[in-house]
Design a protein around this ligand. Structure first.
Ligand code: WT7
Length: 647
């Protein structure tokens, strides 16, 4: 398989396609020629209280100011729910399938409306109002999207926190966001694994102490596991919420009012929350999911991402609902209670579109074709992937074995900061190349630059940048606009730098090569080396450390930490370091391997040479390259000995 493999347009996708190839070209040209008109047209995909008359206002220069649709007003929950009550009130909006059971909760748009309104009223009763932050830490159950939409209904800003975070990481985020209410559950139960969410939240609130603004904790009971409640602070979710009225007048928001904050990893240890606002985000969710997932009324979209990631926000909640589709959630593992669980669920719920990460595809591929072939997957018409590069062989397996050769595979490139798809094919209108995220969507203006920021024309490889704002672009980092500018706009003034490298072939198709900054992508989870190093460094027995990502056959990358012990007498083990990272960030960020070493390779000016650490950790010892820039070339032999000869 090479990059020359071209998969022609599938006849089935041409049938569903919204655009012919020439219409797609015309749309792209229109977006170039008249961006304002183009984006005002796209704004019609959602429901506005008062329509905007301008699309973009602002500039990537100087302070970087981004405003979209600024004179429009709307409510995101109305676009996702109320706007469908006229013609599809009884259509299932949400299927939520519980782990290890045959139970699925199905909520129609009418039922979703009631549930969202009750919670919205309950939150208002607790004193939550416009602009207040509400933290949500829940399993993949229907209450998660309900909580997000209830916040949106009253103009509160949701902050969804990943269930894998440690108490310390949650405490930091509660303080930073200033959340007043927390919505959580007793526990997450997946397979044999239990995560005591409420207990971790209690610890987090204890750590945050007076710095936290949290007044109330709503506790959902997802299992029978007992849960300790603090009478003056904690409320049982259903005992409290179910008494409220099933209707709630939506708060009319300005397009630029924040809809949510989402924490993501970057190049420093401090957590950063990306700010997404209401109008632009909603148009972007509707547009990107509408264009690439070509939603039709009977579609059931199953995006396997956790709601705590941007993929969950846009592809589980806002995108499919804005498009009036049925969205499915599954709170479980691909191989529990038995291998083949995912395929069984696709058969059972007649899933038409599956969207998952390359890591999952690689691990399902290992289980073999027979398992897939045991189930009737004929309902599928589209397969999606995102989060990390997918190798052509995994792409082909997904296409041939899961999709039986008749479903297009859409590899979509995006980020927490972009809120939705930037690079991805329009099925039925574009040929596909396995391993390529194809081309920018109409209206998305991408370039490749060299490391100095000069634009590369034609085929080539470089830094992936965006030249013009798009409606779903993050507006700022919460309470830190200077860091926003510095992170994304200092590389080359006037360009948004994505942090990724990419290659563009002669046909204009993009091939993502991976992160160019200090971020590592592990199983599609973004982890900053700086946050790992900071976590390890807080142990006084360590003087210095370096975290690197090395290629891994299933996870994409594995995390390897090298640490220098304070002195030879210090007793510190790799397990101590793993524990330290789990405590500071969460178990999901725990290193795959830790090496305690006497020193690290450095340049003469003292900078740690991570490139060498990556090569040593991945065993590429023949291509270490020129070592003459090192202050002490012997340190390399010593490292190789530690990593490769000790076993
Ligand atoms: C980083 C963003 C899809 C959004 C969820 C992840 C990597 C994302 C692809 C893809 C190669 C990809 C990039 C990006 N990435 N999609 N299709 N091919 N790499 O959002 O956690 O903000 O991570 O994920 O490196 O910068 P995120």
């Amino acid at each position: 398989m090479s990059e020359h493999t071209i998969i022609p347009v599938h006849p089935q996708s041409a049938e569903y396609s919204l655009l012919t190839p020439s219409q797609l070209q015309a749309m792209t040209r229109r977006a170039e020629r008249d961006p304002d008109g183009f984006w005002l047209d796209q704004a019609e995909r959602i429901h506005w209280h008062s329509n905007p008359t301008r699309a973009f206002c602002g500039s990537f220069q100087d302070d970087v100011e981004i405003n979209w649709y600024h004179d429009g007003t709307l409510n995101a929950s109305v676009s996702c729910i109320d706007s469908h009550l006229g013609d599809r009130a009884d259509q299932v909006a949400l299927i939520s399938h519980r782990d290890g059971t045959d139970e699925a909760e199905k909520l129609t748009y009418r039922m979703l409306h009631e549930r969202v309104c009750r919670l919205a009223n309950a939150l208002q009763h607790l004193g939550v109002s416009r602009g207040d932050r509400v933290a949500i830490s829940l399993p993949m159950v229907s209450e998660a999207p309900i909580a997000m939409l209830a916040c949106a209904r009253i103009g509160a800003v949701h902050v969804v926190l990943f269930g894998g975070l440690s108490a310390e990481a949650i405490a930091e985020r509660l303080v930073d966001s200033g959340a007043r209410v927390v919505i959580t559950a007793n526990e997450i139960a997946r397979g044999a694994k239990r995560i005591p969410l409420k207990h971790i939240m209690d610890e987090a609130l204890k750590k945050a102490g007076a710095e936290s603004a949290v007044e109330t904790v709503l506790v959902l009971r997802t299992t029978d596991a007992p849960v300790a409640m603090l009478p003056e602070r904690d409320l049982d979710f259903h005992d409290f919420v179910d008494w409220f009225e099933p209707d709630c007048i939506p708060e009319i928001m300005n397009a630029e009012d924040p809809l949510f904050l989402l924490y993501t990893s970057g190049s420093t240890g401090k957590p950063k929350a990306v700010v997404h606002t209401t109008g632009g985000y909603m148009v972007w969710a509707a547009y990107t999911m509408g264009m690439v997932y070509t939603h039709r009324p009977n579609d059931v979209l199953w995006c396997t991402a956790d709601v705590a990631w941007i993929t969950g926000h846009t592809s589980v909640v806002y995108g499919p609902l804005a498009n009036g589709s049925t969205t499915m959630m599954f709170d479980g593992l691909p191989s529990y209670p038995q291998p083949g669980r995912w395929w069984e669920l696709i058969e059972r719920h007649k899933v038409t579109m599956l969207f998952t990460a390359p890591t999952a595809i690689r691990s399902l591929m290992r289980e073999g074709d027979d398992l897939v072939n045991r189930y009737d997957l004929s309902s599928l018409r589209l397969l999606g992937t995102a989060g990390e590069p997918i190798s052509p062989d995994a792409w082909m397996w997904y296409h041939d074995v899961v999709g039986k050769g008749s479903c297009p595979v859409v590899d979509t490139w995006w980020q927490t900061e972009t809120a939705g798809i930037m690079l991805g094919p329009i099925p039925g209108a574009q040929k596909l190349k396995p391993g390529s995220a194809t081309m920018p969507l109409p209206g998305v203006s991408m370039v490749l630059t060299d490391t100095k920021g000069d634009v590369i024309e034609g085929a080539g490889e470089g830094c992936l940048c965006v030249t013009r704002s798009w409606p779903g672009q993050a507006r700022t980092l919460w309470k830190d606009h200077a860091r926003f500018q510095q992170t994304y706009f200092s590389f080359s003034p006037g360009l948004y730098f994505t942090g990724d490298g990419a290659r563009r072939d002669a046909d204009g198709y993009y091939w993502i090569t991976g992160r160019m900054d200090d971020v590592i992508n592990i199983s599609g989870h973004r982890i900053g080396t700086a946050e790992i190093e900071e976590a390890v460094g807080t142990d006084r027995r360590i003087t210095e450390c370096a975290a690197v990502g090395v290629p891994h056959s299933v996870k994409g990358h594995a995390l390897v930490v090298f640490a220098i012990a304070r002195d030879e007498q210090t007793s510190i083990t790799p397990e101590d370091i793993t524990r330290q990272v789990s405590l500071a960030i969460g178990r999901y960020a725990a290193p795959d391997e830790v090496f305690i070493v006497p020193d690290l390779p450095r340049t003469r000016s003292g900078k740690i040479v991570r490139r060498l650490l990556r090569k040593i950790a991945s065993g590429e010892l023949d291509t270490l390259g020129d070592l003459s820039m090192l202050s002490d070339a012997d340190s390399v032999d010593m490292l190789i000995n530690t990593v490769w000869k000790e076993e």
